[in-house]
Design a protein around this ligand. Structure first.
Ligand code: GTP
Length: 172
């Protein structure tokens, strides 16, 4: 199956929020405290067993968060069925551009078909939280997105996020 016909999920967000860590945790069960920044985009595939008999192939496009690569991101939105916008709960500014990304995504893709998830990562660092759960939840709801909390480090909420996306896809 070609990349284009797979179930495509695109991951976006500011630099260092944990996009690659979430992807690696989910696809390979790996995590590193010294994960390096992504250059441009990276691509991983995974086969997901959705029920006893059915499997789906998903392709995860992990975009670079650094400012210098930002202009390229919309190119990778094409044909995505789901977009995961990752924020870091310990870094308030990581939420600043969420609205812009939602607007950008829904201008490129059909808002009626696209699933948007807003993720608060690094929830193992609860004591350093700068973004309240209630704010993130209410905001997500207001833009028609789904909100999740994850820790790529402690493997919290990661499988649940991707499992829930499969459920949402079948409801679309
Ligand atoms: P860019 O490629 O620069 O856009 O970064 P990214 O969003 O892909 O972040 P990346 O996965 O490279 O992680 C950035 C840093 O945060 C690394 O040092 C990770 O180890 C760390 N990190 C990622 N996820 C978590 C998490 O859940 N908890 C904690 N405590 N640290 C995390």
């Amino acid at each position: 199956m070609s990349k284009g016909t797979m179930n495509k999920i695109v991951i976006i967000g500011e630099g260092r929020v944990g996009k690659t860590s979430l992807t690696l945790r989910y696809c390979k069960g790996e995590y590193s405290d010294t994960q390096e920044s992504t250059i441009n985009v990276s691509y991983l595939e995974k086969t997901v067993q959705v029920n006893e008999t059915d499997k789906v192939n998903i392709a995860i496009w992990d975009t670079a968060g650094q400012e210098k690569y930002k202009a390229l991101a919309p190119m990778f939105y094409q044909e995505a069925v789901c977009a995961i916008i990752v924020t870091d709960i310990t870094f308030k500014e990581s939420f600043d551009k969420v609205k812009m990304w939602v607007t950008e995504l829904t201008s490129v893709l059909d808002p009626n078909k696209l699933i948007i998830c807003i993720v608060g990562n690094k929830c193992d660092l609860e004591n350093n939280r700068q973004i309240s759960k209630q704010f993130a939840q209410e905001y997500s709801q207001s833009v028609g997105a789904h909100h999740f909390l994850t820790s790529a480090k402690n493997n919290r909420g990661v499988d649940e996020l991707f499992q829930y996306i499969e459920i949402l896809k079948r409801q679309k």
